[in-house]
Design a binder for this molecule. Structure first.
Ligand code: 5AD
Ligand code: SF4
Length: 437
């Protein structure tokens, strides 16, 4: 018996797919890449932007034929997309051949849903519930050695006006510090070398505890664990990313000097309309402090263009912020209205304008990324080898502390090792070099 999980969206989803893989493997299913061989196909969905949502719907639609030939194939649709109000019903109307619909907060019910389906129940739909007991543990089939992802919190309280996440993932719930630390220890004892803490807004970890435990407490607890490993986290929110986080990052060797700090826009007017609760000056002052305390830091960001009301001047402010900060890389998005969010009701920007702006922004950031890549040539950097690089035969790849991808000639037995690499060349954000003996 085989399963295939198709994951869309963020790191959080990739990790949730590892949890569902854990459930399926416990049930006796093995992973396969071949859909025609799979007995269970799971779509782990994302609804943050409309292009992801359209792609998922297209891919579910393709399975209609497969399902006609194989009546016993189980198709499950889980995750964010199913949590939007009325979405589960709509999905089943559009794709009546779906067997199981589960939300983000009840993934642990995948097993019982599959059992019920195999016993002949027609379709299984678990009503949405975004208040999952955060201590509930699921078996995890980790797929990304030497990296281990660990949830530290679920949900979001911020209600940025463009964003659907708080509606589909509920309010912030932090996991108990002892549980998170136990998970980290467990991964380290299994030989994992890099731990990434996950949350929609990790900087507000613990704000629901009322005992003073916060993100800095958590980072310090983990950083003092024995052994050589790296600690990363994502995502941060500029309104909560304060000096205490920067100080603990700067003072602990094993916390990577790598910050993902989504800015979204360079215009204070747009940031206000987005309900981000910081302005351009505040963002730039955080960047200044980060750079002063961690000179070799790599800073990445998320930027959105085409938010309602974004004028040419506002867009120019985004470009000028990008020029000023010089992000080592950026995820750049075209704003898309999400039903039920405040911004969806605002007057929208024409598609042609959005297209022009995203093209300009991407060209600017690509040029900066390349310039920064050039500065690495000749330097020797520590790299944790993570995988083979399928694009270049006989090579493996990994990341620097600051988050840059580096490819070197080598064999898969290097995976999980820290090596020193002399950088010789680059292609955009990717660096290439040789291992120093
Ligand atoms: N349209 C486009 N991009 C969005 N993001 C979130 N909501 C939207 C939307 N409605 C982007 C933000 C966020 C990232 C995860 O996705 O930049 O940081
Ligand atoms: Fe969405 Fe804003 Fe929460 Fe991030 S902080 S998940 S952008 S509402």
């Amino acid at each position: 018996m085989y399963y295939k999980i198709k994951t869309y969206g963020c790191q959080m989803n990739l990790h949730e797919s590892e949890k569902m893989a854990g459930v399926l493997e416990k049930m006796g299913y093995s992973p396969t890449e071949d859909e025609t061989q799979a007995n269970v196909i799971v779509f782990n969905t994302c609804c943050v932007r409309d292009n992801a949502e359209r792609r998922i719907q297209g891919n579910i639609g393709i399975l209609k034929q497969e399902k006609l030939h194989r009546k016993d194939l189980i198709i499950a649709v889980v995750g964010c997309m199913t949590q939007q109000s009325g979405a589960a019903e709509l999905l089943k109307k559009k794709f009546p051949f779906i067997d199981i619909v589960l939300g983000t907060a009840n993934l642990d019910q995948l097993e019982s849903a599959i059992v019920a389906r195999t016993k002949g129940k027609k379709t299984v739909s678990i009503p949405q519930d975004s208040t999952m007991d955060v201590d509930k543990t699921m078996p995890i089939a980790r797929t990304s050695y030497p990296n281990a992802w660990i949830n530290i919190m679920y949900g979001c309280n911020n209600f940025c006006t463009y964003c659907i996440v708080p509606y589909v993932r509920g309010r912030e719930r932090s996991r108990a510090i002892a549980d998170v630390v136990a998970d980290v220890k467990n991964c380290l004892s299994q030989g994992y070398k890099e731990i990434t803490l996950l949350g929609q807004n990790v900087d507000s970890y613990g704000s629901d505890f009322q005992d003073g435990t916060d993100f800095v407490t958590l980072l310090s607890e983990i950083a003092k664990l024995e052994g050589k490993f790296r600690l990363r986290f994502m995502s941060s929110h500029p309104k909560d990313f304060d000096s205490s986080v920067i100080d603990v990052m700067a003072s602990c060797d094993n916390i990577c000097n790598n910050v993902h700090l989504p800015v979204q826009s360079g215009s204070s007017k747009i940031l206000k309309a987005m309900n981000r609760r910081y302005d351009r000056e505040k963002y730039l002052s955080i960047i200044k402090e980060i750079r002063a305390k961690m000179p070799s830091v790599g800073i990445t960001t998320d930027i959105m263009i085409g938010f309602p009301g974004e004028t040419e001047e506002d867009f120019e402010e985004t470009l000028s912020l990008v020029r000023e900060v010089r992000f080592s890389n950026a995820f750049m998005f075209v704003y898309s209205p999400r039903k039920g969010t405040p911004a969806a009701k605002m007057e929208q920007i024409p598609q042609a304008v959005k297209k022009e702006r995203i093209t300009k922004l991407v060209a600017l950031q690509n040029a900066i990324t390349k310039e920064i890549s050039d500065t690495y040539i000749g330097k020797v950097l520590e790299v944790l080898i993570e995988d083979v690089n399928p694009k270049h035969e006989g090579t493996v790849c990994g990341r620097t502390e600051s988050g840059r991808l580096v490819t070197v000639p080598g064999s898969p037995d290097l995976i999980g090792q820290f090596v020193k690499v002399k950088i010789a060349a680059n292609q955009s954000a990717s660096l290439f070099g040789e291992i120093e003996e």
